[in-house]
Design a protein around this ligand. Structure first.
Ligand code: ZN
Ligand code: ZN
Length: 261
């Protein structure tokens, strides 16, 4: 009677616990078991890249990740850092490998990592890293960067909310008219497909003006929500139909949400 192999997911969580407890040998052996079962397990290779001691071993694990997934940015970034920190492999007669200074995530002191925020340079683990077009950043730096764009005062936000209510009223009337005039027909849907996004764009400009052209965090969600909550009952109850108003309002709302982002 042979016992069935432990599922990879269980091995990985056991390996993670071992790594967090500082038992790197146990963690490594568990990740190797995972790779024996699923040789293309990227998570296991990335974890090994962090756990292994020498730059050559780390590089090998990262290269395996990139062979499996060439677009894997974390691996590419870590490999680039590794190349950067240890230039030419100088042959050393001694058996002691060049010490790689161990980094620990600034938010998770038990997690070793190879990544640093490319803005503030603090070490971050993969859970704490945010991939941005300019590289990996910590959540604080991403938030600080966004905050520069969120300049709406409470007055701006109140005015924007009023704008969203007006926009809901206008969208409700527009969807009502379209439903009454066209009905749920092929031609009606065709018009809705063009009219919905156009309405959404126009309403986004309207709300944008109301709010003094200032952004606030999550305001696109709030403004779209208010618009839909006001528009839908007007169009649905006054037209007596459901599908046509929903198509028009749905298309307008998705455009509005994307535009106000
Ligand atoms: Zn940072
Ligand atoms: Zn972390």
């Amino acid at each position: 009677m042979s016992t069935p192999p432990t599922p990879a997911s269980q091995l990985i969580s056991a390996a993670r616990s071992a790594a967090m407890a500082g038992d790197h040998a146990e963690a490594e052996s568990l990740y190797r078991q995972v790779l024996a079962q699923t040789p293309e397990n990227i998570e296991a290779w990335m974890a090994l890249a962090t756990l292994l001691n020498t730059p050559a071993q780390k590089r090998e694990a990262l290269e395996r990740v990139l062979a499996i997934a060439p677009e894997h940015v974390e691996a590419a970034a870590a490999l680039a850092r590794l190349e950067h920190s240890s230039p030419a492999p100088v042959p050393t007669p001694t058996s002691t490998p060049a010490p790689v200074s161990t980094l620990y995530c600034a938010n998770h002191p038990n997690r070793e990592t190879l990544l640093r925020c490319n803005k503030c340079n603090k070490p971050i683990c993969m859970d704490c890293a945010v991939q941005t077009p300019v590289g990996y950043r910590c959540k604080d730096c991403v938030r600080a960067q966004q905050d520069k764009f969120y300049t709406a005062t409470p007055t701006n936000q109140l005015a924007g909310t009023v704008g969203a209510a007006v926009s809901g009223l206008l969208l409700g009337i527009a969807a009502l008219l379209l439903a009454r005039l066209m009905g749920f027909s092929f031609f009606g849907i065709l018009i809705a497909i063009f009219a919905g996004p156009a309405l959404g764009g126009a309403l986004a400009r309207l709300i944008w003006k109301f709010s003094g052209r200032k952004r606030a965090r999550s305001f696109n969600l709030i403004a779209t929500g208010i618009t839909v909550i006001i528009a839908a009952p007007i169009a649905i109850f006054l037209s007596g139909s459901l599908l046509m108003p929903l198509v028009v309002i749905g298309l307008a709302a998705s455009t509005l949400y994307a535009r106000l982002r």
